[in-house]
Design a binder for this molecule. Sequence first.
Ligand code: URP
Ligand code: ZN
Ligand code: ZN
Length: 463
Amino acid sequence: MSSEQYSFDLVIQQGSVVLAEHTRVLDIGIKNGKIVALSPRLSNKLAQSIDASGKLVFPGFIDAHTHMGIPIMDTISADDFESGSRAAAFGGVTTILDFTVQEKGQSLQEAVEIRCRKAQRKSYVDFSMHVNVTDQPKKWRSQIPALIEDGFISFKLFSTYRQAGMMITWEQFRQVMAEVNAHKGVLMLHAEDNDIVETQTELHLNQNQLAPIFHARSRPAEAEAKAIETAAEITRELSAQLYIVHLSSQAGLEAGIEARRKGTDIILETCPQYLLLTESQYHEPDGHYYITTPPLRTESDVNALWQAIQNGDINTIGTDHCPFTRSQKNAGKQQFHRTPNGLPGVETLFPLIYSYGVEEGRIDLHRLVDLLARNPARIFGIDHRKGEIEIGKDADLVIWNPKVKSVVSVDRQHGAADWSPYEGLRITGSLEYTIRRGQILVQEDKFVPDKAAGELIRGKVSD
Ligand code: URP
Ligand code: ZN
Ligand code: ZN
């Protein structure tokens, strides 16, 4: 079919379009929110057009790990879906996968409905929810098949946070995994061995060692490795699949690779904080701001994770976006166990991985797209709509000018946090447009939409 037969709502002209394996100068024709044409030249006399020559055009990025407005300790993470999704759009993220919050006594289904209502008409970017299973897994397990059928295909368990009432036992892990696996869903795990964490935490509290570095000492890399080993063994016995969230350490990575060597189907996600920051931050005057779980690690952990990004051992990068303001963090100052844990990240995800991955020569553009778009789309069953620039997919696009240089500054960030863990880090490139289903969300410094029209994207399990 010749391009003249199409009529477009918008054409992105002559950008260097980052496809799965190649980057090509192309025009992208958009109609009704979908990519309908990809061609060296499209004639487009009627539609709106954007000149992208000299710019890179990426698929909209997917942050598969955010926590908008969740309760932690005595407070709530600072971004709700409104502010958090605005920040996402300014970072080129057009889809977020957040998590339900299962209250005590609440069914999984109810938790999904409540959480989706919080995002609807608030989120500017498209969204879905992973289903947290933190209360009475045995009772609610029977809801899993219907949720998967309904497009909520991923379930998350915690092997720690016992005192916060979120931990499951390994027997419960086995039961939930069996159910999720039987219906081809995705089982995600926050992997830290709770016995190690509680023992180490007690030890430091008893010695009145409350400074931020003791957050890291209380949650050592061995705790991550041990939980991954245990979970992988069960996964192997059930011939299931396991997704490890926020992998932070070399020891955890080695446990994951060893599990793969033994034949376990294991997917590894890491986050920018584990690639760019180290535990030395905890010794700084504002060290308590950096309290996040798992904690920041050492330089050699950072190097091992980058190596795994380069050689394909790590499959996705999400952010674990869970920001707190200075005043929220200060409420727990000098008491690591009372400081709300979490960091902002959704807005800096792509700029940082572009700058420290691609520009530093560690990965190419296509690997970046694998990590931040294609892989999360495929793993979470939304690749029928998201993750790639392809005819028929949603017109989620990011236009990036690789020639501009800047630094991360909280003054130019759009989330609710009034500080950034990445303040001062060098960024190569600047975001010119974020487009979600053909709608311009961000045009340079300007936020365009007057209403939050992010859509719930339902996942599909593979046959
Ligand atoms: O400290 C963090 N990362 N807070 C968010 C909850 C979690 O464990 O992912
Ligand atoms: Zn976690
Ligand atoms: Zn998280």
